[in-house]
Design a protein around this ligand. Sequence first.
Ligand code: ZN
Length: 345
Amino acid sequence: MAVRFLRFGYRSSYTDGSAWASQFRSDWETTRPCPRCGSTRQRPTGPATCIIEAGLRWTDAIGTSGGSPPFIVSKRVVEGLQAIGAQGYMSYPVAIERISAPALSARGAPKYYYIAPVSSVEVDLPASGSPPGARCPRCLAAQVDPPPREQRWVPKTETWDGADIFGLGWFPFGYFCTERVMQLARDGTWTNFRFDPIDILERHIPRWSGIDYLGRQWPPEWYPDSPSRGKSFGEWVALTRLSGDAAVPYAIELHELESASHVTPELIEEVSEMYARSAAEALLDYPEEAQGAMVIQLREGAPLERRNAAYVLSRLRQEHRIPLPDDVRELIRQNTPDFVESLIE
Ligand SMILES: [Zn+2]
């Protein structure tokens, strides 16, 4: 059976009571230059410190407020990894300098560490949706400005060295692991971790909370549902055309109104926009067909239909880099309230 690779990190911040850190500090080192393009990168090394900002309980993963590394892990995580002989990473202690959360006390605090992957796997850039020449194929450093936004990261599994923890590219960035590590997290009920399939579509990530590694169902669902599930292409397109009378039943249902006489033009506009936005996410699964339908709608539709088509085309442009002819760009400009150029860059 093929080895299953996952990406991992912390699941949530203090909003659910998990501990939350900030002001992570450590020494930094410069990596060896990439043999292909000569780029280097700075990365944390050696013992570190942080403060605990908030939280109601100590968790096995703690986010670091967007720091680098993005999370720290408890001693039992490091011990668990050692116990299964996991390779491919370094770990360094993180001393907690201050605790600002009244519910947490230093006496009950586990020891924490951060981990830094040293093994790495190369990325299949074309399969990841990276435009040709946009990244160094060895270290993944961006060769263009702004850097490309890949749809997913597809590993070249033949470059895997057998490590249970690894990053991507020469430097190695990100946190990836084998299924063995997730099994360890399940067996040890590690708290506040998140695991996703390594090649998950980036746009699907906000739509779920990761693999339910502690759940009763095992094996778990490995991927989130696609946003287009549940309706046909034609039904999704129809949802971008809610305007006028067609939108009235939706407005009544959404706002639980007593009759159509309560539906105002503002409500129609709001309902139309809301459904178009969820339809846009679904239509990203059908880029060519959606582009064709939306260009026609942008040219020939009623005002709200044109506004919605402009929105869907902007999303298609952002996700799939679909080419937009000049006249279509101009129509998007005219039909997008608060238009900014970055929508269709
Ligand atoms: Zn490079």
